[in-house]
Ligand binder design. Sequence first.
Ligand SMILES: [Zn+2]
Length: 304
Amino acid sequence: MPLQTTTPAPGVTVNVNVPNATVDVQQPARPAPRRRPSRRIVSIETRRSSRFCVDDPQADWFVLSNDGVLFGVRGANAEICGEGIYDLNSPDAADDELEWHIKMNAPARVLEILFEYLYNRRRRTDLETVSIDLLIELIDVAEEYRVRSAIDACQKALRKHITDNALKVVQVSGKHGYNDELVRAAPYVVDEDLSVIWANLPNHLHMPWAIFREKYVACYISALETYPEHPGCARWPAIVLTVLKMLRGKPRQILIDAENIFREAREQVMVQHGPTVCCVAHIRHWCQRVLTRRNAIGDLEVPA
Ligand SMILES: [Zn+2]
């Protein structure tokens, strides 16, 4: 069909929009997405969130948790703050028989917190007060639906658990690439079996982990082997044996506790042989060698 069917009058300029020749005209045009979700009718028996209630007049997007609780949120907020929470192309959004527009892969207890990050003016849960397990569930769903502000808050809260739940922090940090948290938590789980770590870390971190762990193991072995020579002292061989027994244990645990172990050894020797006994200086020297090497162990090196 011609673009123009009448001849313009002389002196009249007509601007014609010529289609861009590079566009593949054979491609069937994609149907335009529906711009507004249809209203949903929710049965009285349906379990619903009290904080993100489907009765809220501003709630125009209904989400079903994977444990069957219905949430009402503002679609525009969900569209801006995440990816895939608001999705007009989801099969459920087109099905007017359903009570929800979309089902999310998370239970209600997690969505109750996640949806706080779709709103700026509502009070949010202090993530430092939630358990590590709930925090990890929240991280997984925030990452899945790319709710950036929730991810940032979760990462900050995760640091609180580094000392007490290092393995869980390592696991979730490795999974989502939170390198700072991973590096900070790594030393706390160096003594875990490699099989445990392998099961909790993605493949690309296995070799860096093995190298990191080996530094602790090598340092520990050197602690056992680098006792100073103390020729001519009849007491020293027995004292060395006593200290070696005190150094039995898991590599990192012993290395972290080295100052205390050697202090206790010195005190025992002084009690047994008097405060001026020659061996005390040699124990101190031994301790110093261990600490120097231990303090030179660097961080886990995460590949870029
Ligand atoms: Zn001595």
